[in-house]
Design a protein around this ligand. Sequence first.
Ligand SMILES: [Zn+2]
Length: 80
Amino acid sequence: MTAAAPRKTFTGRNVRAGCFVCHGSDAHWTSPNAQGLAARHHDATGHATWSDVYLTVRYGRDEPDARQLDIENAIAAHAA
Ligand SMILES: [Zn+2]
């Protein structure tokens, strides 16, 4: 039996959320607290809201890969 080799691991949690009434299926909140904003918007307005959470795991890297950053930048630009 060999000792476990050190393994570079990157994990990220990405959240997209919106309101079906105000924004349809487009993401309106993309910050780390997007899920909370969707819940609070529902509480305040009674609108049906949604939140999608993506867990990203990469082995052999300790940084997010560029493709993920490109996607996040595109979402942020669209939401602005
Ligand atoms: Zn709404």
